[in-house]
Structures are given as structure tokens and as C-alpha cells.
Design a protein around this ligand. Structure first.
Ligand SMILES: NC(=O)c1ccc[n+]([C@@H]2O[C@H](COP(=O)([O-])OP(=O)(O)OC[C@H]3O[C@@H](n4cnc5c(N)ncnc54)[C@H](O)[C@@H]3O)[C@@H](O)[C@H]2O)c1
Length: 253
């Protein structure tokens, strides 16, 4: 028996890295997964890969920074699988490590558009759906150790600090509606994120790299998917409003 048998789950940012590994693990655990991201070719490939697993997978081409696309993503889950039980809000991008005095308007807007506004658009639609169903629901937000430790630039760290705040706010607001909302904060994970991040700012990187030296061995996306599965499943039924750092002890110094 799978730990998510029959549960309808959305995973954003599912075309690569942590989101991809999570979508596959959820399907392996019996879930009906809507894999959401911007690149349709990669989402199609992922669905093909999931075809042999015990659950089901379909996709939604979604830019989480576009509120109308997020409405369509939740509608797709309900139209395709009849309801929504679990949402993993994972889509995110890195900044160029700039300290605040060097930060451009464009960097601030780009990072917040995906990491903060995008995640909050998702939360809004997911909670609306859970409340309409009246049977609760489970949310796992993918935050970062950067929310509390200075592992990236001002825009990224602030965007993830907001994710931590809205995780606790949502958990509190809907506690009596049986909606659980928790966060996972990865440390360093081997994913595509360094390939798509902008070139690092020299001063900012000289500051953040002091901390990178303490990170130790990096995680694989599957390590994160296992922790996300715990928070998505009933095994964490009494965990609410929490952040679990999944960083191999990096931030214990
Ligand atoms: N990799 C790390 O070391 C690390 C560390 C801390 C936190 N995180 C967080 O983990 C999450 C996943 O990152 P990853 O490392 O797997 O990165 P990744 O680049 O490998 O994957 C990110 C995924 O999000 C998608 N995405 C980006 N912008 C999007 C948008 N606007 N709309 C929809 N999808 C979008 C990408 O297409 C991709 O599928 C992010 O929120 C990131 O901030 C990663």
C-alpha cells in the first residue's frame, strides 16, 4: 500500500530537480499527480516516465507567477481527478547573490514574482479548493535555509523569509479547517538551479561563499522528496506550521 494512495496532489516546478523527484515519488506511493511547470516537453517526458508507477500523472503548463495560470492549474486537478488533497509549492529560482545596495529592480521583481507571489497565488487557490471541499488538505511549501541564513542575495533570502511567514500564517488561519501547512527548507541540493541562476555578483558571492564552505556533502533531489513525502502524508498528521530544515546539518554551526 502506498502512503498517498488515491490522493490528488499538485507539485509545482515538477519539470526538474526537487519537484521532479517529488512528483515521481508521489506517483510511486499511489498518488494522482498533477505535475506543473512551464516547459511542456519536459512535463510530457515526466508523465511518460511515471506511466509504470502505481499512481497516475498528468500535467499542467503553469507559470506560477501568473495568477490566472494558477487558477487553471487547480482547475486541471479537479477536472482530471475530481478533487485536491495535497499541494507541494516548490517552483523557485535563485538570485545572483547581490547584497541589497547592488540589487536591481528587475532582480527583486523577478525573484519575488516566482518565489513569493507565485507561491502565494498557489496557496490562495489551493486553500479555496480545500475550503470548498470541506475536508481539509495538506500543503508543503519549499522554502530554503536562505530564509534564516545568508546563503544567497537579499532578494532570494527575503523571498524565502516571506514563504516561512505565510506558511505559519496559513497553518494558523485554517487550523480549525483541518488544513495543514508546513515548509521544507533545503540546504544545498544537486539540481539545475545553478545552471539557470544569473551570474553571481562578486561582492555578494564573496560573502555567501563563506557559508557555502560549511555546507558539506550536497543532497540529491530524492533526499528532499522523502522529507516532503513525510509532510504530505498522514504520518505527519499532527505537524502543522513547522519548517523542517533538510540541510544535512549545514546550519547547525
Ligand atoms: N537546489 C538547492 O540547493 C536549493 C536550496 C534551497 C532551496 N531550494 C528551493 O527548492 C525549490 C526547487 O529548486 P530546485 O533546486 O529543484 O531547482 P531546479 O531549477 O532544478 O527546478 C526548479 C523547477 O521550478 C520550475 N520553475 C521555475 N520558475 C517557475 C515558474 N515561474 N513557474 C513554474 N515553474 C517554475 C523550473 O522550471 C523547475 O521545474 C526552489 O523553490 C528552490 O528555491 C533549492
Amino acid at each position: 500500500m502506498g502512503r498517498l494512495d488515491g490522493k490528488v496532489c499538485i507539485v509545482t516546478g515538477a519539470s526538474a530537480g526537487i519537484g521532479r523527484a517529488t512528483a515521481l515519488l508521489f506517483a510511486q506511493e499511489g498518488a494522482k499527480v498533477i505535475a506543473a511547470a512551464r516547459r511542456e516537453d519536459l512535463l510530457k517526458e515526466l508523465c511518460e516516465e511515471a506511466a509504470g508507477l502505481s499512481g497516475e500523472m498528468d500535467y499542467s503548463v503553469t507559470d506560477v507567477g501568473d495568477p490566472s495560470a494558477v487558477v487553471s492549474m487547480v482547475k486541471k486537478a479537479v477536472d482530471r481527478f475530481g478533487r485536491l488533497d495535497v499541494a507541494v509549492n516548490n517552483a523557485g529560482i535563485m538570485d545572483d547573490n547581490t547584497a541589497v545596495a547592488d540589487m536591481s529592480d528587475e532582480m527583486l521583481e523577478t525573484i519575488f514574482r516566482t518565489n513569493t507571489f507565485g507561491l502565494m497565488y498557489c496557496l490562495r487557490e489551493e486553500c479555496r479548493q480545500f475550503l470548498a471541499q470541506g475536508e481539509g488538505g495538506v500543503i508543503v511549501n519549499i522554502c530554503s535555509v536562505g530564509a534564516t541564513h545568508q546563503t544567497a542575495g537579499a532578494a532570494y533570502c527575503a523571498s524565502k523569509g516571506a514563504v516561512l511567514a505565510v506558511t505559519k500564517n496559513t497553518a494558523y488561519m485554517y487550523k480549525n479547517d483541518e488544513i495543514r501547512c508546513n515548509a521544507i527548507s533545503p540546504g544545498g541540493v544537486v539540481t539545475d538551479i545553478p545552471l539557470v541562476m544569473p551570474p553571481a555578483d562578486e561582492f555578494g558571492f564573496s560573502r555567501t561563499s563563506e557559508l557555502l564552505n560549511f555546507s558539506g556533502e550536497l543532497a540529491m533531489p530524492e533526499d528532499l522528496a522523502d522529507a516532503i513525502l513525510f509532510l504530505a502524508s498522514d504520518q505527519s498528521r499532527y505537524v502543522n506550521g513547522e519548517e523542517i530544515k533538510c540541510d544535512g546539518g549545514w546550519t547547525c554551526f
